[in-house]
Design a protein around this ligand. Structure first.
Ligand SMILES: Cc1cc2nc3c(=O)[nH]c(=O)nc-3n(C[C@H](O)[C@H](O)[C@H](O)COP(=O)(O)OP(=O)(O)OC[C@H]3O[C@@H](n4cnc5c(N)ncnc54)[C@H](O)[C@@H]3O)c2cc1C
Length: 411
């Protein structure tokens, strides 16, 4: 057996903490360097404070990046069952909710952080906070990890677990990519993912706050690239809500490539177009004297009505609904079932849940997460060019990659 390895972990987030635990359990001497006054800040914000920490429907198809297959090797070592067992052993009883999302029974993200902190302490892992790593150098087979205040830590192995650029207020402001680049790694261009979409249109301030259950489709060259159903929310810049976050990744990718992207919203998706047309006709025939604006009250959110009618080209909102032509009625139906918007962008890093892009996987060993460029350097978490769908997949990547990197760094 060789000498105890000194492992320095840069970043005390989800992946860094699990990497520390697995490295220590394998016998290494472990130090976590965290720039914040405390570790694990972002975990507290996850899952709306409930921490959706994994998903039982884990599959490589839930991940994106220049090589989505990269996740296979990692999950075959430490997948959902291992994650649930790992947290169970630390004290987290779990429950499975819709779409396979897994949460702690306590419904508190803080309990995930609490048990991780407890284990780090029990294992005697050194945690240095307010430690902003500014440079990593390798000299004569050893790493020097330099902090902004000039302090230097030395180690045989280094794991970069600095996260991405999403929610920079949590500490992950993208500086980790600079550390990786300086060590010779290539960074796949970054853009925010799982993020709200900004749409063209001058009426959003009138409808902001309106929420409905509907379908969102992402269109490029008239082809549907992604489709999701659920709670959609209009905002003063465009749209938000789980279906929008889910399809935002593809939108971001195309916008990066200067492509035109459109969003189709189906406000009423619970009936076929023919049925909706019949329903509308019946309502109009029933009370033909009602003005066109009032005739839609009870069918759709009141605040949407003037905007929808304007979009349908109906300028006189007070004309009796019985006077509407078939063409005008069809136009209303089209907006209710196929409202098109040009996507002008996505919201920025402070609103995003995850980073698309990162350290290219071709430069990382799939089985160990070791760098193929600098020996004894490892990567874990969001810094790698892997991002998952909404639903527990990103934390799963952080735990799995952290576990594997920690284990191998200790050997
Ligand atoms: C609001 C929100 C909600 C989310 N909800 C979920 C969810 O419910 N389920 C899910 O699966 N995913 C969720 N995610 C995504 C998930 O939180 C991240 O993918 C995951 O935390 C990434 O882990 P990480 O360890 O790679 O990075 P992080 O958790 O971001 O940790 C990186 C750490 O490194 C530190 N650091 C950075 N640079 C330095 C440096 N130079 N020196 C020292 N320290 C440094 C940072 O301060 C930070 O503590 C959510 C994200 C957000 C923003």
């Amino acid at each position: 057996m060789g000498a105890k390895k000194q492992v320095v972990i840069v970043g005390g987030g989800a992946s860094g903490m699990v990497a520390a635990i697995s490295a220590k359990r394998k016998g290494a001497d472990v130090t976590i360097l965290e720039r914040n006054p405390r570790i694990g800040k972002k975990i507290l914000a996850t899952g709306n404070g409930r921490c959706n920490f994994t998903n039982i429907n884990l599959d490589a198809a839930c991940y994106h990046g220049s090589n989505p297959q990269f996740v296979y090797g990692v999950f075959s070592e430490f997948g959902v069952q291992e994650t649930i067992a790992f947290f169970e052993e630390l004290g987290i009883a779990h429950k499975v909710e819709e779409a396979g999302k897994v949460f702690p029974m306590s419904d508190q993200a803080s309990s995930i952080l609490d048990v991780l902190l407890y284990e780090l302490k029990e294992l005697g892992i050194r945690i240095v906070c307010n430690a902003y790593v500014q440079n990593i150098k390798k000299e004569q087979g050893r790493f020097s990890v330099e902090l902004a205040d000039g302090t230097c830590f030395h180690g045989d192995r280094v794991i970069i677990a600095t996260g991405g650029k999403a929610m920079p207020s949590s500490g992950s402001d993208g500086n980790g990519y600079t550390l990786a680049e300086r060590l010779g790694h290539t960074i796949i261009p970054l853009f925010p993912a799982l993020v709200q979409m900004m749409l063209e249109g001058d009426y959003f301030r009138h409808i902001q706050g309106v929420k409905f259950i509907g379908t969102a489709e992402l269109l490029h060259n008239h082809k549907v690239l992604a489709k999701e159903r659920g709670d959609i929310l209009f905002a003063n810049y465009g749209v938000s809500g789980p279906p929008i976050l889910q399809i935002s990744r593809k939108a971001g990718e195309l916008l990066q490539a200067q492509e035109e992207v459109f969003l189709k919203i189906i406000l009423i998706d619970s009936m076929r177009i023919g049925e909706l047309s019949e329903l509308l006709l019946k309502r109009m025939q029933n009370r033909p004297e009602k003005n066109v604006e009032f005739s839609l009250v009870g069918l759709i959110n009141k605040r949407l009505i003037p905007v929808i009618l304007k979009e349908a080209g109906i300028s006189d909102l007070h004309c009796p609904v019985g006077n509407l032509s078939v063409k005008e009625r069809d136009k209303i139906i089209r907006i209710l079932t196929d409202w098109r918007f040009k996507v002008r962008g996505t919201k920025s890093w402070s609103s995003a849940q995850v980073t698309a892009g990162g350290v290219v996987t071709a430069e990382i060993n799939q089985k160990t997460l070791a760098s193929k460029i600098i020996s004894d350097l490892y990567f874990a978490g969001e810094i790698i060019d892997v991002d998952g769908k909404c639903g527990g997949f990103n934390l799963q990547w952080a735990w799995s990659s952290g576990y594997l990197a920690g284990q191998n760094a200790a050997l």
